[in-house]
Every structure is written in C-alpha cells, then in structure tokens.
Design a protein around this ligand. Structure first.
Ligand code: ADP
Ligand code: ADP
Length: 225
C-alpha cells in the first residue's frame, strides 16, 4: 500500500533523513520507534506531504506521490494526526471533527462517518458542543484522531499519540488505535513509548539518527538486548 524508498530529507542544509526505506501493507499496523531526534516526525511529515523529500520515492496504492503533496488529501488516502494534536481549541469538538471531513460526501455519508468516529470514542458524544480546549489531554487526542478519520483514510499516520497523556489514558488510546486497525484502516504509528507500540504492532522499524537501524517482528525486536 505504502512504499517508502531511500527517502532523504533536510532542514536547510542539515540532513534529517539519510535514506529511509519502509513499507506498509494493506491492513497492517506498523510502528516506527526510536529516540528523540531520530527523524520519526520528519518521516511521517514527508509521507503526509507536509515536508518535502530531497531524494527518494513515495508510492501509495501503486501511484508515485513523491511530488503530490496536496493531492494526498484529496481522495480517500492518507490522513495524519500530527504531534501535539493541533486542534482549534476555541472551536467546538463538533467543528474540529467537521474540519477533517473535506470529502465531497453527501450529508448522510458524513453523518454516518461521524457516528462511526463517535462509536470509537464514545466519551466525545457528550462533548460535541464544548470548546475542544476545555477537554482533557486524552480527549483532545481522541478529537485529533477522530478528525483524521473523518476523511475515511486508507492509511492513518499517527505521530506520538501517547505524548503527554496519563498512563491510564495511554492504554485506552492504544486500544482505540488497535480498534481502528481492526476495522480495516492501515496504521503507521510513530512512538517513543516503545513497550506500548510493540504491544499493538506486529511489525516495527527502529530509527536512529535519520536511518532505519532495525526492522522486524515487534516481539523479536523487543527481545533483543
Ligand atoms: P495476539 O494473538 O496475542 O494478539 P498477534 O501476534 O496475533 O498476537 O498480534 C499482535 C498484535 O498485532 C495484535 O494486537 C493484533 O491486533 C495486531 N495485528 C493483527 N493483525 C495485524 C497485521 N496484519 N499487521 C500488524 N498487526 C496486526
Ligand atoms: P523525532 O520525531 O524522531 O524526534 P524529528 O524528525 O523531529 O525527530 O527530528 C529529526 C532531526 O531534524 C533532529 O535533528 C531535529 O533537531 C531536526 N529538526 C526537526 N524539525 C526541525 C525543524 N523544523 N527545523 C530544523 N531542524 C529540525
């Protein structure tokens, strides 16, 4: 479904990705783990079309999307939940969710998509009319994921969804991500919470200093020294 081949990216003259290759098959939940500064966010932002690749190729569903930043969001394609959620905190939860729904869907289809999102995150139902900024961190993360799902993506990119959340909430968050994947959405998850990420993903990549340094079954990677 997604093929990343020898991807290189810079910030100015400073390289952040030195030639990263990975793939996500249809229906998979794959995680990318690694220390702070490894290039995980850069990788996910390049895949989402938010940062430009200097070299390398990106293919999605067979199409070359390396230079198609905006087009990535036009069909039922790739959606990103950026690090730090980036909600419009003064707008209501419902308005934030609606922002993700840019497909030319009929009203009934939109309502159905919203129902599906709310079924994943039932706690949001009562919060729809409230300003997003008044919600807890965990609930705000649910809104951010829900907003991305409103475009019914085939591939969901998640950048550190557990960041800043209380441990009890983190567990719920990962259960929800597992649920999203179980419903057929492929997921590429970037995480510093290695134990949790390895728990829900079957396959994982380890990144260090802009490179993939290990790849394999999540459990085998966890058992290495
Ligand atoms: P278990 O049977 O104990 O859940 P598995 O190795 O079957 O162990 O699955 C480990 C995790 O990987 C589960 O949480 C499961 O939801 C998830 N998973 C299932 N199918 C896939 C897939 N195709 N790709 C990635 N992860 C998957
Ligand atoms: P991670 O997500 O693994 O923490 P990042 O992709 O955020 O890593 O960062 C990779 C490298 O790129 C780091 O050296 C970081 O300092 C640098 N970097 C990230 N964002 C920027 C930016 N906007 N401008 C300049 N350098 C950046």
């Amino acid at each position: 479904m997604l093929e990343v081949a020898d991807l290189k990216a810079n910030y100015g003259a400073a390289p952040a990705l030195w030639g990263v290759s990975l793939n996500v098959e249809r229906g998979e939940l794959v995680c990318v783990v690694g220390p702070n500064g490894a290039g995980k966010s850069t990788l996910i932002n390049v895949i989402a079309g938010l940062h430009r690749a200097r070299e390398g190729k990106l293919r999605f569903e067979g199409a070359d999307i390396t230079r198609l930043a905006a087009h990535r969001f036009c069909g039922r394609g790739i959606a990103i939940v950026p690090e730090g959620r980036r909600l419009f905190t003064g707008m209501t939860v419902q308005e934030n969710l609606a922002l993700g729904s840019f497909l030319p869907d009929a009203k009934a289809q939109r309502a159905q998509t919203l129902d599906r999102v709310l079924a994943l995150f039932p706690a949001l139902k009562a919060k729809l009319p409230m300003p997003a900024g008044s919600l807890s961190g965990g609930q705000q993360q649910m809104v951010a994921i829900g907003r991305a799902l409103m475009s019914r993506p085939q591939l969901l990119l998640l950048d550190e969804p557990s960041l800043g959340l209380a441990p009890a909430v983190v567990l719920d968050m990962f259960q929800a991500i597992r649920g999203i994947n179980a419903q057929g959405t492929s997921v590429l998850l970037v995480e510093q919470n290695v134990a949790m990420a390895m728990e829900i993903a079957r396959r994982a990549y380890v990144m260090e200093e802009g490179r993939i340094v290990a790849e394999g079954a999540a459990r085998e990677l966890m058992d290495r020294p």
